[in-house]
Design a binder for this molecule. Structure first.
Ligand SMILES: [Zn+2]
Length: 271
């Protein structure tokens, strides 16, 4: 979809581009975001797993029509939103907390305790005090700064652990690549470019190790086939016989990623 060799991290409706312009709207107490997308052919309503509502419209649609569209679909939006919010209540605390006290990096596996030490000043730092204990020191009352500090920490962890691991898997299955890096993509677990450059999502840290290994194998197979053709899947099957189950599990794996990392995970309904 769109980008060749990309492995999606979201449910349906994730393939739209980020933005050609967006604004906020509200209709009878229901708040939403309006996004104009050149690639959208229809009007799409996305409800994120955290209850955020986004209306995606093609440029041909007048944004002033949106309140009427929202009203027509209000019942569905409210019901879907409620379903996600109810589900959130049954989710483990470390998944829904705005700031984690514990970070479970299943892929390693490591469980980190986070201690927030408020201190005056403008600079926020994260230091490792003892194994698997992270001290966040500084103006900790600033939620967003804390979240972005922890996200940067995640990137460093992922770079440190994933790059050697990918190299090892690449040797094991005899599929070389040019280079690799870690990012925090919104909608993909990983991708592979035509130059055989692999880009891994730091959020893979939260997934069980067999799923991460599958993502590596999947992307390494894209160094040979830049598509999802039958030949591609045959190669994946040769390198990982259990790939069908792993691929299915990966589709559901967003639930491992805590809220403080990723606030908006769209699910969608076509208008
Ligand atoms: Zn792929």
């Amino acid at each position: 979809m769109g980008h060749q060799g990309a492995l999606g991290a979201n449910t349906a409706g994730d393939s739209l581009p980020r933005s050609n312009g967006s604004s906020n709207g509200s209709s009878n107490g229901l708040n939403y975001r309006i996004r104009v997308s050149k690639r959208a052919k229809n009007i799409n309503i996305h409800v994120s797993h955290w209850g955020d509502v986004e209306i995606v419209i093609p440029p041909s649609v007048d944004p002033r029509q949106v309140p009427e569209i929202v009203e027509r679909r209000r019942e569905w939006i409210v019901r879907t939103r409620q379903r996600f919010l109810d589900r959130q209540e049954t989710m483990p605390l470390d998944v829904v907390q705005p700031l984690p006290e514990e970070i479970q990096l299943r892929s390693l596996p490591e469980t980190w305790t986070v201690i927030y030490a408020p201190a005056p000043g403008t600079h926020l730092t994260a230091t490792t005090r003892s194994p698997c204990q992270l001290h966040v020191h500084g103006p900790t009352e600033n939620l967003e700064s804390c979240q972005s500090l922890l996200r940067r920490w995640l990137n460093r962890k992922a770079t440190y652990h994933f790059l050697p691991w990918l190299r090892q898997v690449s040797r094991e299955i005899d599929l070389p690549y040019t280079s690799a890096s870690v990012r925090q993509q919104k909608t993909r677990w990983a991708s592979c470019s035509s130059k055989r450059t692999i880009s891994l999502n730091a959020k893979l840290l939260f997934l069980p190790a067999p799923l991460v290994r599958y993502v590596f194998i999947h992307e390494l197979c894209h160094t040979v086939h830049m598509n999802h053709s039958a030949q591609f899947w045959a190669l994946v099957g040769k390198k990982e016989p259990d790939y069908e189950r792993l691929d299915r599990e990966l589709q559901k794996a967003w639930c491992y990623v805590p809220a403080w990392v990723e606030r908006s995970r769209p699910s969608s309904a076509a208008q």
